[in-house]
Design a binder for this molecule. Sequence first.
Ligand code: PEP
Length: 251
Amino acid sequence: MARKKFLAGNWKLWGTLGEAKALATALIPAAKASENRVLVAPPYTAIAAVKEAVKGSPILVGAQDVSALETGARTGEISVLMLKELGVDVIILGHSERRQFHGETDKLVNEKIKLALKHGFEVIYCNGETLAEREAGKAAEVVIRQTKEAFAGLTEADLAKVTIAYEPVWAIGTGKTATPKDANDIHKVIRSTVAELYTKKAADAIIIQYGGSVKPDNVKELMAQTDIDGALVGGASLKADTFIPIIAFDK
Ligand code: PEP
């Protein structure tokens, strides 16, 4: 089955208003010329400005996280209700930096996914093994466990709004990329897990992005793999010069 490629930029802790608006604007022609889905996820403070900058273009705007609560005593957090007001399309959840630096567990990620879906958002759900887990031969085991915990309580219909991003932790921001074949092998494991939890139809339809040092010079080979349906990109999404060739990898 043909799955539409989905290229997403995670800007993390980058982007003053001026920088974010300029970069989003520079991406518009490439996104318009592409048949692929394109998303940028600026920091919360720049979401409104970026939404305005890309108005009328096919660029989707994402948030990098959300609180597990709609409202309440959570100093510093941002709620789904606030993201809805901004017109956010997609929420990235379970990024390894949220797990590593903010103690997010699979259970919390599952709660956030359910809340985001309840409010009509699309979700990019991230998983992936650490270097120690990979070296111990546990990469497949880890992503199977993570996927099962993250999807607990989700229906097959919910999956239409869920993208999975497989991001081996050791490849994020390090310049080390999983070989296209190694990445594809884990994508197949994740897809089989979705088939086991739901149906082959759901597994065939779900978009699985790869993330971890995706750059203009390796994107083509990664996207040529049978089970890699897009990319979640950090560093290379911060400059038009490097993100445009990723958006337009098939041109
Ligand atoms: C990411 O932030 O999800 C990521 C994959 O980062 P980078 O592309 O810089 O490795």
